[in-house]
Design a protein around this ligand. Structure first.
Ligand code: S3P
Length: 448
């Protein structure tokens, strides 16, 4: 999907109250991994609840290009006929990862220790994003990478024919980099060790164990030390993908700021490496009840009952929480605009290298909507205007970024005047049913 998509402007107007049940789609991180681990296992993996967003569809296509059989049986129901660790065949064409940094970085990892050449590209957003953070550790295995200036796509990787195992301390808190190294370590002899100072989402570790790899996680004073035994026989699994807590954050936050709302969002992950946004919202005074806690698809989940919360206060978000809510700062900055007092988000410079520079995109858009913002390289500060206080009345640029588009549309559901986005088309990458789901709750959205 690297070709130019036609821009789809969209406008959100004062809405609600939002009521009903918001059943969000499958988790994006787990969906990518189900296809990739399935492709590297022996036998047929069955996946239910797969997110059929464009990012994941691009990963499905890539796994086929490496020789796996990937078949859609019905909505969210897929099978993957794996080729085993080291069993990939060289792709005959360029691997197009569309908008997806997770797809690109994880797939680079999984081919990096097999003797083959693959060329990667993506859309205009992905072609701006740094890949050196992945190719640096992959070069320690013996992989060679030839990309554009600054380690940008398009990029060709030559997999290591005789890979050496690696010990690597992550210089940035990134689950994508951690996962790329672990995936490369699968086809290296001996033990590959990844050390992370701050815990990041742990889906790769959980799923690798589920697929039969030997992996040990130890907490030391260096941080989490993850040790993977190379060349395991991964065995096909049944993967039930739980709902995506990052997607759930959009209807949850909409209900918090739209007056009179009362919604239920079932099956939201409470995995400690993903739930930072929910802890933060509760600290701000959000009325969220966590009902029926249980396990689904190997993840702890709860049903969230969310009511309009007119008494939310700005807070200082602890920087150490950033990895567990890294994708939720854009929507948090919208909620912060409807709280009273200021919300301070520090330690967030990773937001500058996401699908867009999310600090800049949110700062410029919120300012255009009448909100006072302060920012520096690593910080975003939002001066809240209280419930219903945001003037709105602006068109915000989404920069090919699904979460920026959804964040401003949610803001427009509660601002005084409507808010438009210049392009809502990227929403299909992660939350293809966003428009219909929000409209069914009572949101006023119009394609313009
Ligand atoms: C992801 C990791 C995070 C996150 C992304 C999904 C993953 O990226 O922002 O949406 O599935 O591993 P980083 O590794 O760049 O933090």
């Amino acid at each position: 999907m690297s070709g130019h998509q036609t821009a789809q402007p969209m406008t959100a107007s004062k809405s609600g109250p939002l009521t009903g049940t918001a059943s969000v789609p499958g988790d994006k991180s787990i969906s990518h991994r189900a296809l990739i681990f399935g492709a590297m296992a022996i036998g047929q993996t069955r996946v239910t609840g797969l997110l059929e967003g464009q990012d994941v569809l691009d990963t499905a296509k890539a796994m086929r290009a490496f020789g796996a059989g990937v078949t859609r049986l019905g909505t969210g129901e897929w099978t993957v006929d794996g080729v085993g660790v080291g069993g990939f065949t060289e792709p005959a064409d360029v691997i197009d990862c569309g908008n997806s940094g997770t797809g690109a970085r994880l797939i680079m990892g999984c081919m990096a220790t097999t003797a083959m050449t693959a060329t990667f590209t993506g859309d205009a957003s992905l072609r701006k994003r740094p890949m050196g953070r992945v190719t640096d550790p992959l070069s320690l295995f013996g992989t060679q990478a030839y990309g554009r200036k600054g380690g940008r796509l398009p990029m060709t990787l030559v997999g290591a024919a005789n890979p050496a195992p690696v010990r690597y301390a992550l210089p940035v808190a990134s689950a994508q980099v951690k996962s790329a190294v672990l995936l490369a370590g699968l086809n290296a002899p001996g033990q590959t060790v990844v050390i992370e100072r701050e815990p990041t989402r742990d889906h790769s570790e959980r799923m690798l164990v589920g697929f039969g790899a030997r992996l040990n996680v130890e907490q030391t004073n260096e941080g989490h030390v993850i040790t993977l035994d190379g060349r395991p026989k991964l065995r096909a699994q049944t993967v039930a993908v739980p709902r995506d807590p990052s997607s759930a954050a959009f209807p949850v936050c909409a209900a918090l700021i739209v007056e009179g709302s009362d919604i239920l969002v079932p099956g939201v992950s409470q995995n400690l490496t993903r739930n930072g946004i929910y802890i933060t919202l509760v600290e701000m005074g959000a009325e969220i009840e966590f009902l029926n806690p249980r396990e689904e698809g190997g993840e702890p989940v709860a049903d969230l009952r969310v009511r309009f919360s007119g008494n939310m206060k700005g807070i200082e978000v602890p920087p150490h929480r950033a990895p567990s809510m890294i994708d939720e700062y854009p929507i948090l900055s919208v909620v912060a605009s409807f709280a009273s007092g200021k919300t301070v988000m520090r330690g967030v410079k990773e937001l500058r290298v996401k699908e867009s520079d999310r600090i800049d995109a949110m700062a410029r858009g919120l300012e255009a909507c009448g909100v006072r913002i302060e920012e520096d390289e690593d910080t975003l500060i939002v001066h809240g205007m209280g419930p219903g206080g945001m003037p709105g009345g602006a068109t915000c640029a989404t920069h090919l970024d699904h979460r920026i588009a959804m964040s401003f549309l949610v803001a427009g559901m509660a601002s005084k005047k409507p808010i438009s986005v210049d392009d809502a088309s990227p929403i299909v990458t992660s939350f293809p049913i966003f428009e219909g789901l929000m409209a069914a709750l009572g949101a006023t959205l119009a394609r313009t």
